[in-house]
Design a protein around this ligand. Structure first.
Ligand code: HEM
Length: 90
């Protein structure tokens, strides 16, 4: 399956000025729907974490046409997530 870059860019552009609304719903839903991941975020400052998540999504969408930059960044992000205790099923 290939990425529909135009569709991703267009849909994300509608979220770009709704950062707080988006991230607030995202973490509220994540922690409510998947209580088993709550321990992973027990020590996390969710305000700062929300900013980091959003910045990483901005980076991804900004680099959809730049697979080299995307690959390097996402490999690093994935490696760090293993250290945070994130599992493949998450
Ligand atoms: C689209 C997928 C995801 C993105 C873009 C993302 C992004 C990020 C970013 C940018 C950070 C900040 C630290 C860093 O850069 O290493 C982070 C930390 C973290 N993420 Fe994710 N993440 C994703 C999926 C997940 C999932 C599925 C889980 C677990 C259910 C998870 C759990 C965590 C935890 C536990 C931390 C560390 C929080 C802390 O510092 O206390 N992430 N994530």
């Amino acid at each position: 399956m290939s990425l529909n870059v135009e569709r991703l860019e267009a849909s994300f552009s509608q979220l770009k000025n709704k950062e707080t609304e988006f991230t607030t719903y995202f973490y509220a839903n994540l922690l409510a729907d998947f209580p088993e991941v709550q321990p992973l975020f027990a020590q996390t400052n969710l305000v700062k974490q929300s900013e980091k998540l959003f910045q990483s999504l901005v980076f991804v969408v900004d680099n959809l046409r730049n697979p080299e930059a995307l690959t390097t960044a996402l490999k690093g992000l994935g490696t760090r997530h293993v250290k945070y205790g994130v599992l493949p099923e998450h």
